[in-house]
Design a protein around this ligand. Structure first.
Ligand SMILES: [Zn+2]
Length: 197
């Protein structure tokens, strides 16, 4: 049931969002070895040319929101005008997603567990975790628990962003997004596996 619902959501309006976010993440993942959590970590490490989880998440949500607004009948004006119409509530919500995303690299419960960061070749378990975050996000939205939905969405974005920077997907020459991560019915590609001892 969950997988059917999930499919419907991804095939519907979510499809556009999915493609956009994932394409965006992939493009941004190319020049980096890994993303820093937020603006301040970039200051502290003097990594000015590196994109942060915060930046990628904010840009992705903003772009998808503008796309969605443009596709609705009520939309008028260009991107810039639309952007100025997004109120404080919007940015507060984005801030919650960003905070939960960055916390994955700070909290002792998540920061050194490879399953949350696609580290140590634990691709399968990390993918399982990613799908759990997605399922949790959908459940919370259905229950109208939007704060909790934003929390798990932030966690999901973190792991998803880490996939493209911590796995060897880009080094494998892949230039498209890896749909199988969140859509089990899409073909699986062997990414780095745990080496046989
Ligand atoms: Zn991470």
């Amino acid at each position: 049931m969950m997988s059917q619902d999930r499919r419907r959501i991804w095939e519907g309006s979510g499809k556009q969002m999915q493609l956009f976010i994932l394409a965006y993440l992939l493009l941004l993942a190319l020049p980096c070895m890994g993303f820093l959590p937020n603006f301040w970590s970039r200051v502290l490490t003097l990594s000015w040319d590196s994109h942060t989880h915060q930046y990628i998440t904010e840009q992705a949500i903003l772009n998808v929101t503008l796309e969605t607004l443009r596709s609705t009948k009520t939309s008028q004006g260009n991107n810039e005008e639309e952007q100025t119409r997004l109120g404080r509530g919007f940015w507060r919500a984005v801030g919650e997603v960003v905070k939960s995303n960055a916390a994955m690299d700070f909290l002792s419960s998540t920061r050194s567990d490879p399953v949350y960061h696609f580290d140590s070749e634990q691709v399968d378990s990390a993918m399982g975790m990613l799908r759990q975050f997605w399922a949790q996000t959908l459940l919370s939205v259905r229950a109208k628990e939007y704060q909790s939905a934003r929390h798990s969405l932030g966690q999901l974005f973190h792991s998803l962003q880490d996939f493209y920077s911590h796995s060897n997907w880009v080094e494998m020459g892949q230039r498209s997004i890896y749909l199988h991560l969140l859509q089990p019915e899409e073909p699986a590609v062997p990414v780095a596996e745990v080496p046989q001892m």
